[in-house]
Design a protein around this ligand. Structure first.
Ligand code: NDP
Ligand code: MG
Length: 384
């Protein structure tokens, strides 16, 4: 039995992870479930899964649930520190980091320090602190198992391969809802248009990131740290059908790809059960009904989020952390209707222009720089 802590159990990835646990309750158990503010859903999850520990990191949400209910076999904890501690409980074998944003960094580091393997969905952690997190994981002998579908694909393509034989990582991208559009088409797009992703159903923040291609940029940086390649070895390939989840080109010219239907329960399950590969109920690919698989170059001029990601990645130091922080604030402002879609790029560029970059940051430095970038982004937004 593998005992799982799900940090972010009420989100898109978290609820699908619980689907996987429900389907394989003989192999997997939810030992800790942690949410931020959705006390109603966490309550239903406690009633179904009876985890020994459940957490609401938002204080108001914790007060609401703890004053409303007592649970016979679940200890309910509240506050940010409980979330950080959640990952370190003895009874946990693997921690799924499925909370969104930079808020995932400290709990992930706590889990690694406690020698827990990580099923990593929270890509912002690796973007903001890739060097530090990978070094720590190495020192602690902890596995970082990717949940992101593209990185899960790389992981499968690289099974049994020597990493030195990698020529290129071919990172596929659907292109998002605005593939083929130009700048003027995008000036006035609405939140609803942005949230209508053509192939994946995900949380709001990552769906906006998919439309700007910032998500693909975050994934480039995530891939760099997970697989230790240079940025020149990561090539983004637009593949609108999202059937090939990514590919690896090897030094001999062979390319190995991983294909599957677009269902995140598959990479979540593989990360949780690895090294075992077990049955699942995800839709099978039907090669007779599949019409074609097509490939295009990404448009880096219209979707400059991807270009900026390569630049901050190559610059290193706190640059990716600042990029991520500015993007988180800009996406929040776009979802609240405070800025327009293309302003997301303007906010990111404004913050990167103004905030100095620090090399070899410690965790403390990253936390300070993340906060400064967020404040600067807010200032730029108010002046737009
Ligand atoms: P959602 O927005 O659907 O869910 C986010 C989860 O994080 C919720 O459980 C939420 O709790 C919790 N949360 C929000 N803010 C905080 C906070 N400050 N502290 C602690 N927990 C918090 O996001 P997704 O599931 O879509 O994405 C989660 C992560 O997985 C992201 O990093 C994303 O990039 C990554 N990912 C997602 C994919 C997908 O298909 N969705 C694919 C690949 C990667 P509550 O709702 O209770 O407030
Ligand atoms: Mg992805």
């Amino acid at each position: 039995m593998k005992r799982v802590a799900i940090l972010g159990s009420t989100g898109s990835i978290g609820t699908q992870a619980l689907d996987v646990i429900r389907a394989h309750h003989e192999l997997l158990s939810a030992e800790v479930i942690a949410a931020h503010s959705n006390d109603a859903l966490l309550e239903r999850q406690i009633d179904e899964f009876h985890p020994p520990i459940a957490i609401l990191s938002d204080d108001a949400a914790y007060s609401r649930l703890s004053s409303r209910r007592k649970f016979p076999s679940t200890k309910l904890l509240g506050g940010r520190q409980s979330l950080i501690d959640a990952a370190t409980f003895d009874a946990v074998d693997i921690v799924l980091t499925s909370m969104s944003g930079f808020a995932g960094l400290e709990p992930t580091i706590a889990a690694i320090n406690a020698h827990k393997n990580i099923a990593l969905a929270n890509k912002e952690t690796l973007v903001a602190a890739g060097e530090l997190v990978m070094r720590l994981a190495d020192e602690c002998g902890v596995k970082i198992l990717p949940v992101d579908s593209e990185h899960g694909a790389f992981f499968q393509c690289l099974n049994g391969e020597d990493r030195r034989a990698i020529k290129k990582l071919l990172l596929t991208a659907s292109g998002g809802p605005f593939r083929g559009k130009n700048q003027s088409d995008l000036e006035n797009v609405t939140v609803d248009q942005v949230l209508a992703h053509p192939t994946w159903n995900m949380g709001k923040k990552i769906t906006v990131d998919s439309a700007t291609l910032v998500n693909k940029g975050l994934e480039v940086i995530e891939a760099k740290f997970l697989y230790g390649v240079d940025y020149d070895q990561i090539q983004v390939v637009v593949h609108p059908q999202s059937i090939i989840h990514s590919m690896v080109e090897f030094v001999d010219g062979s390319v190995i790809a991983q294909l599957a239907s677009t269902d995140m329960r598959l990479p979540i399950q593989y990360a949780l059960t690895y090294p075992a590969r077990i049955a699942s109920t995800v839709d099978r690919l039907d090669f007779w009904s599949m019409q074609s698989l097509t490939f295009e170059e990404p448009d880096l001029e219209t979707f400059r989020g991807l270009k900026i990601a390569y630049e901050v990645g190559r610059r290193g130091g706190t640059a990716p952390c600042i990029f991520n922080a500015a993007n988180e604030i800009a996406v929040g402002a776009f979802l609240d209707g405070r800025i327009k879609f293309l302003d997301i790029y303007r906010v990111i560029e404004g913050v990167l222009d103004q905030q100095p970059i620090i090399d070899r940051p410690t965790l403390e430095t990253l936390i300070v720089e993340n906060n400064s970038a967020r404040s600067l982004a807010e200032k730029i937004i108010s002046a737009l």
